[in-house]
Each structure stands twice: as C-alpha cells, then as structure tokens.
Design a protein around this ligand. Structure first.
Ligand code: NAD
Length: 426
C-alpha cells in the first residue's frame, strides 16, 4: 500500500513536471530545450559513515540534485528531513531553476539534503554529520559551481560548519577565496545582515504588493500560517507589524487557533522553550490538524513542506489569497480548486524568492570582500522583488493566465533565450 509520505513526495515531482509541461505547451517551447529542462543535469547520492556520541557508527544518505546551470552556478538549499529522497530533491531543484530565472539572478537550480530527523541527534552529532557530508560531496559543490543554503531543519550554524569544512580542505593560501561556497551563514562568519529574515520579508512584501494592487488594506486582515520556522515566523512578524492578525498556526507537532489573535513574538518566545513546537501554547486553543485549513481567515500562508494543499483540502480554504512561503505547497489539482473558488495564489517561485535574492547578495558580498548593511540589503531586496512581482502581474494580465503560469512563462523563456543564444555544445 502507498503510504501518505510516499504519495506526498511523488506528488511534488509530478506537480513540477505538470506545471512545466503545461507552460512548455503554452509557449511552444523549443523541443530540444524542453528535453534538456525535463531532465536534471546531475543527481548525486552519497552514503557516508558518521561516529555517534556513543561510539556506534551510522551510515547516512545525502543527496544533491543539480537541475540546470544555463544561467549560472547551481543554487539551492539543503534539507534535513526523513522524507528527503531523489524524487523530492529533483522537484525542489527544478523549482530553484525557475525561481532564480524568474527574479533575474545569474544562478541555476539545485537542491539537496540528508534523510534524517535532526531531533534524534545531538548538536555534536549534527556537526559531524554535516561536515562529513560536505567532505563527501567534495568538488560537487563550490563557490562558482554549486552553492547550498539553509532549508527545512537547517540553519546558519550548519552553513558555518559547511563553509568551514569546505575552506579547511583547500590550501591555506586560497581558503578565504571560498567563503561563498554556501550562503545563509551567521553574520560573524561571512553571513549577510538580514539573510535570516529575507524569505519571510519577501513573502510579506509579495502579499503587500498583491493587496495594494487589489485595493485591499492589510490592517485587520486575518491570516493563518502552516510552519512556524524561519519562513513562517518572519512572514508573521512583518504581517503583524503591518496590522494583520495571526489567527491559526500549524507545525510538525500540532495546530492552534485563536480568532482574536495570536501574538507572534510571544509564540516565538514560547517555542524557544518548547523544543521548537507550538503545542500547548497557553494563549490559543488546540485544534485538529484536519481543521487547520478550514479556519476562517483572509490570507493563508503554507510555509512548511510540499504538497500540503491538495484536492483533499483545497475546497475548505476560506481565504481570498494563498501566499506560498513553502516550495511546492499546492498540488496542481489543489490549485485548480482554489482558482475556481476565486482564490488568488502567489506562486512559490515568486513569493519566497526573497531568500535566494538575499543569498545572491551574500555571495556577492563574500566574492568582493565587502560587508553590506541591513538597510541596504532590505532596500535592494525590495527593489528586485517588486520588479519581478510587477512583471508577473503584467504577463498574467497580457496573456490572461494565473500568476503561476505567468511566472513560469517568464522563467522558462529566459532560459530558452540563453540556450538559443549560445547553442548546444558541440
Ligand atoms: P524550518 O525548518 O525553519 O521550519 C519548518 C517549519 O515547518 C517548522 O515549524 C516545522 O515544525 C513545520 N513543519 C514540518 N513538517 C510539517 C508538517 N508535516 N505539517 C506542518 N508543519 C510542518 O524551515 P524553513 O526554512 O522555514 O522552510 C519552510 C519552507 O519554506 C520549505 O518549504 C522551504 O523549502 C521553503 N523556503 C525556505 C527558504 C529559507 O530561506 N529558509 C527559502 C525559500 C523557501
């Protein structure tokens, strides 16, 4: 029998292929380029041993999938999760290719991770696992070749271990040339001011642009968030600052709701002392996980895993806007239901692109030996994201298509043009 987990993972890859093929048909994508983009350039699977705290040796499986590098070095996060496998990472790598292309960055798309549940390991074990994986990847990553970043269950500390391991395996005189092998590092170790909040800030900005375009005020609007990690928290932080009210949260451990408003900073403080979980938060009610997407709200923000809004629950959603903080949170069938109900969707490759835009800035900062200030980072990020948002809206209006289709058209046509200009070697 097919498990729910297997269905979700297979679903992600099927979704990205369906989305790609639909737009390739629509724009009559050059057949040779279609064949190239349907495939992933490299799929690396590594089994590597790590010594546990009790002396036992465990073998882990790590993945790095490099989808396409027509526009520049491969770029994409590393995910530590039990569901990580080649298919899920392939889907996530393709979404990175479309995202970097859409927002006009000189990067391609990749993704990777390790199949594990990090809560089962000590900090010391996670450090050894991370470092050994990076060592095993060797020159499959590199500052001008493939640049990882944080994703689900990975953070700035892990990025610091990655850069340190990679740099330590180079000769002493050239070590400092390699700091931009990874982005999302802590500020003291080559990281960029504001990278921590960049994805959530971008999600908030795209919601703000959408509401402005549609003459809706954010003040008093109710929103729900699935996932209260990096993306979910920062999105909520900025929305609340702008007068919106958080009324429901779901994470890996449970779901809570409170119609009068859940205070974002208080919840964030609570989870620091509750092993990262929202469960039993005293100022809200616990609800069944199946009831989460049925909560009464105006804006719904999936910011956890892929394939969460499907034909099984999309009909329950009451919001007028779904803003995809997560990568691939909505299945093709789920989106169809949302659109038929008149619910707008800000697609992931636009909505959460603030993260990779800031990663690009961090990469530039390290490459040029600079230190950027927070204010400059946020201003530059805003400018780039706003331009991309307006372009998506323009194409969506001109071609009378939804925002995801418009975003894919822009992304795929940019890559097509690059291939047409340079040809196929030899
Ligand atoms: P994170 O590890 O910081 O947080 C993940 C959150 O999701 C946690 O609150 C966790 O409890 C929750 N979660 C996990 N499984 C869940 C489940 N089955 N149901 C409900 N909640 C669940 O991760 P993050 O960095 O915030 O990433 C979240 C999403 O955003 C992912 O899809 C990721 O690919 C995407 N994303 C992240 C970034 C970034 O910069 N971190 C950039 C772009 C996109």
């Amino acid at each position: 029998m097919q498990t729910k987990e297997a269905k979700l993972k297979r679903g992600m890859f099927q979704n990205v292929m369906k989305q790609f093929n639909a737009v390739a048909d629509l724009i009559e994508l050059n057949e040779s380029i279609r064949k190239i983009l349907e495939a992933t350039n490299n799929e690396i699977v590594i089994h590597f041993p790590v010594k546990m705290d009790n002396g036992e040796v465990k073998v882990f499986t790590g993945y790095r999938v490099q989808h396409n590098n027509a526009l520049g070095p491969y770029k994409g996060g590393l995910r530590y999760h039990e569901t990580t496998d080649t298919d899920s990472v392939k889907a996530l790598a393709m979404w990175m290719t479309w995202k970097t292309s859409l927002v006009g960055l000189p990067f391609g798309g990749a993704k990777g991770g390790i199949k594990l549940n990090p809560s089962n390991y000590s900090k010391e074990e996670l450090e050894r696992i991370t470092r050994r994986f990076v060592f095993a990847l060797g020159d499959n990553i590199g500052p001008e070749h493939d640049i990882p970043a944080p994703d689900v269950n990975t953070n700035s500390q892990m990025m610091a271990w990655i850069s340190d391991t990679y740099m330590s395996t180079r000769t002493p005189s050239e070590r400092s040339n390699y700091q931009h092998v990874v982005t999302g590092k802590p500020v003291g170790s080559g990281g960029l001011e504001g990278r921590d909040r960049a994805t959530g800030y971008g999600v908030y900005l795209t919601i703000k642009y959408w509401t402005k375009n549609n003459n809706v005020s954010l003040k008093g609007k109710k929103f729900i968030v699935q996932g209260f990690g990096n993306v979910g928290y920062w999105t909520s932080h900025f929305l609340e600052k702008d007068g919106a009210i958080l009324v429901g949260v779901q994470d890996a451990f449970g779901s809570i709701a409170y119609g009068k408003g859940i205070q974002v900073e208080k919840l964030q403080e609570y989870i620091q002392y509750n092993k990262g979980s929202i469960v039993n938060y005293p100022n809200a009610q616990s609800i069944q996980s199946d009831d989460f997407y049925a909560l009464s709200c105006d804006i719904c923000i999936p910011a956890a895993l892929g394939n969460q809004i499907t034909e099984e629950n999309a009909y329950k959603i009451k919001a007028f806007l779904v803003a995809e903080g997560a990568n691939g949170p909505t299945s093709v069938e789920g989106e169809q239901i949302l659109l038929e109900k008149g619910i707008a969707v800000i697609p992931d490759i636009l909505c959460n692109a603030g993260g990779v835009i800031a990663s690009y800035f961090e990469w530039l900062q390290n490459k040029h030996g600079e230190l950027w200030e927070l204010e400059d980072v946020l201003v530059k990020l805003e400018k780039k994201l706003h331009k991309s948002f307006d372009k998506v809206v323009e194409v969506s209006r001109k071609r009378n298509v939804d925002m995801r289709t418009a975003a894919y058209i822009i992304a795929i046509e940019r890559i097509e043009q690059s291939y047409l200009q340079r040809g196929i070697f030899p």
